[in-house]
Design a protein around this ligand. Structure first.
Ligand code: SPV
Ligand code: MG
Length: 545
């Protein structure tokens, strides 16, 4: 958002008009304008949401919201920081309560320079002494020397970097008990010094003095009123008196104090959220005020669109080698220290961000019960093999896919290892000595495993599955990019057409592809995985986790 124009501003009439100009127009127009107090980015948003045309950045409210007194306990740079949040959060022009200008003309002009740079539309300074005291506290507050205060106004006007930045002079003569004549004398001096508008302030519950001032002032420059104490006076009377602007000076702060107290008291007493929930803003409101939706849309525009990875787990076989243990369930459901083989795989995939997990089931598919998976049935599991199950699992869509056997256990980092390679299909292969292998999926590779393949050694590729020996054993995990998955599907279709598919295992499919010249990458991993074909494997798997 542009700090000066608040670019996504909602009012057509103000689109493209700077915040400075908008505040000047609010003060100058004949129609009465209203500023509402804010003291944070959140309250600034709520003011705008309510339809107000401008914000009063109240010194009292900003101080109180940070738990300090309205006695210049906040430094001017801290105020500036709060203003930045408010200005970023809202497209409305902000008139900031600049107290006495944080020192003499020099401190004030430096403040004005920074306000202009941050797109704060105007500042109000009061003719009291630094450090100030809130106008509603104590009696006979000392006033600034008129000449000194006029110098401050001039310094501010000479410093502003935007022609419409507003310097509003606040007359505290009535607050100090010095009467309407003193107030008028000061107001004229300040207007002569270049003030764009005058605030005439009073702490009386009657507006008589204010109305008297307005009558005699005759709108020489616009008049701003803060009717906190004379709130019973109808707004209509203030309008008729010629006020240009009214400031509701602290009412967001005070309403939040009341609401927070009530919530705290209820919770302290009841120790349950039941009664409170309906009295507080819904959480959705919090996210929407913070702009969650804009971020969601921006993510769609700016984050690289990576097609989500899915997984296909082949788990259609019973696992005869495990005897009675698989009488009622397929081996993927065998528990390994309290969690099934399949459940452990699903956990690893989810940790890796894979949400779309399909499990191809066959034998006792009804007993495959793991949260977060979808089941695909291979009704011919007894007469077909892994290749048919894979064809069913991949379906017609080609997406980035992890394929695994349902009976393996592996460390979750295996999934990341397959991402580091450029090939469209990548296998994990364990090169350990033949005698430690299960003997299931022996593979031959273009480059054997080496403890030190060099910095840019040739990346190993699959040559084909072999009957024994070879360079290692396929772990039972592969990753195919969307393009790789498309080529896998194409190969499976071709094998189906030639009648080869039903008898084929995955080794056969990958060998067909390698022989056709497809590049299939291999990543060597030594250990950190198990497959479970028999009771011995199961015992070892249980020891390994
Ligand atoms: C403020 O809001 O901080 C003001 C207005 O200065 S008043 O508290 O009425 O003085
Ligand atoms: Mg103040």
């Amino acid at each position: 958002m542009d700090a000066n124009t608040g670019a996504p501003g909602s009012h057509a009439a103000t689109a493209g008009v700077s915040k400075f100009t908008r505040l000047r127009r609010l003060l100058a127009r004949p129609e009465l304008a209203f500023l509402m107090e804010a003291h944070s980015g959140l309250s600034a948003k709520i003011v705008e949401e309510a339809g107000f045309e401008g914000i009063w950045a109240s010194g009292l409210s900003m101080s109180a919201s940070l738990g300090v007194r309205d006695n210049n306990e906040l430094s001017w740079t801290q105020v500036l920081d709060m203003l930045e949040y408010m200005s970023d959060a809202s497209s409305l022009p902000i008139l900031v309560d600049g107290d006495t200008g944080y020192g003499n003309f020099n401190n004030f002009r430096r403040f004005v320079g920074k306000l202009c740079a941050r797109g704060i539309a105007g500042v109000c300074i009061e003719d009291k002494i630094f450090p100030k005291t809130n106008s509603f506290l104590g009696e006979n507050q000392p006033l600034a020397d008129i000449e000194e205060f006029c110098g401050k106004i001039k310094a501010g006007k000479d410093t502003q970097s935007h022609p419409d930045f507003q310097v509003v002079a606040r007359v505290e003569a009535l607050i100090a008990g010095r009467g309407v004549d003193e107030a008028l004398k000061r107001a004229h001096a300040y207007a002569d010094a270049g003030a764009d508008a005058i605030v005439i302030h009073s702490k009386k519950s009657s507006a008589d003095e204010i109305l008297d001032f307005c009558r005699q002032w005759e709108n020489r420059v616009p008049v701003v009123l803060i009717p906190t104490k004379y709130y019973r006076t109808p707004t209509e009377r203030l309008r008729e008196a010629g006020a240009s602007m009214i400031i509701w000076a602290n009412h967001n702060l005070r309403s939040s104090i009341k609401a927070m107290r009530e919530t705290c008291a209820t919770l302290r007493e009841q120790e349950t959220l039941l009664e409170v929930e309906s009295d507080v803003a819904p959480l959705g409101d919090v996210f929407s005020l913070a702009g969650a939706q804009e971020l969601e849309e921006a993510e769609k525009r700016y984050l690289a669109a990576s097609s989500p990875t899915r997984a296909v787990i082949l788990a259609a076989t019973r696992g005869e080698g495990l005897g009675d243990l698989t009488a009622e369930q397929p081996k993927c459901m065998l528990p390994v220290r309290g969690k099934s083989l399949l459940g452990r795989q699903v956990d690893a995939l989810k940790r890796h961000g894979v949400e779309d997990i399909s499990v191809v089931v066959g034998y006792r598919g009804d007993a495959v019960d793991v949260a977060g998976i979808s089941k695909i049935d291979n009704p011919d599991y007894q007469t077909t093999g892994e290749a048919r199950s894979l064809a069913l699992g991949l379906g017609p869509d080609a997406a980035d896919t992890i394929v695994s056997y349902g009976d393996i256990l592996y460390r979750p980092f295996f999934l990341a290892l397959m991402e580091d390679r450029e090939e469209d299909i990548v296998l994990l292969v364990d090169p350990r000595a033949e005698e430690t292998r299960s003997g299931r999926d022996a593979v031959a590779c273009s480059v054997p495993f080496s403890d030190d393949p060099g910095i840019e050694g040739d990346a190993p590729r699959l040559t084909g599955f072999v009957a024994g020996g070879g360079d290692g054993e396929w772990v039972g995990l592969l990753r195919a990019s969307a393009a790789g998955a498309a080529r896998l599907q194409e190969t499976l279709r071709g094998m189906d057409e030639s009648g080869e598919l039903d008898a084929a295992d995955l080794g056969r499919v990958l060998t067909v592809m390698a022989k056709k010249g497809e590049t299939i990458g291999v990543v060597y991993v030594r250990g950190f995985w198990r497959n479970v074909n028999d009771l011995m494997d199961l015992a070892q798997a249980r020891d390994a986790v």
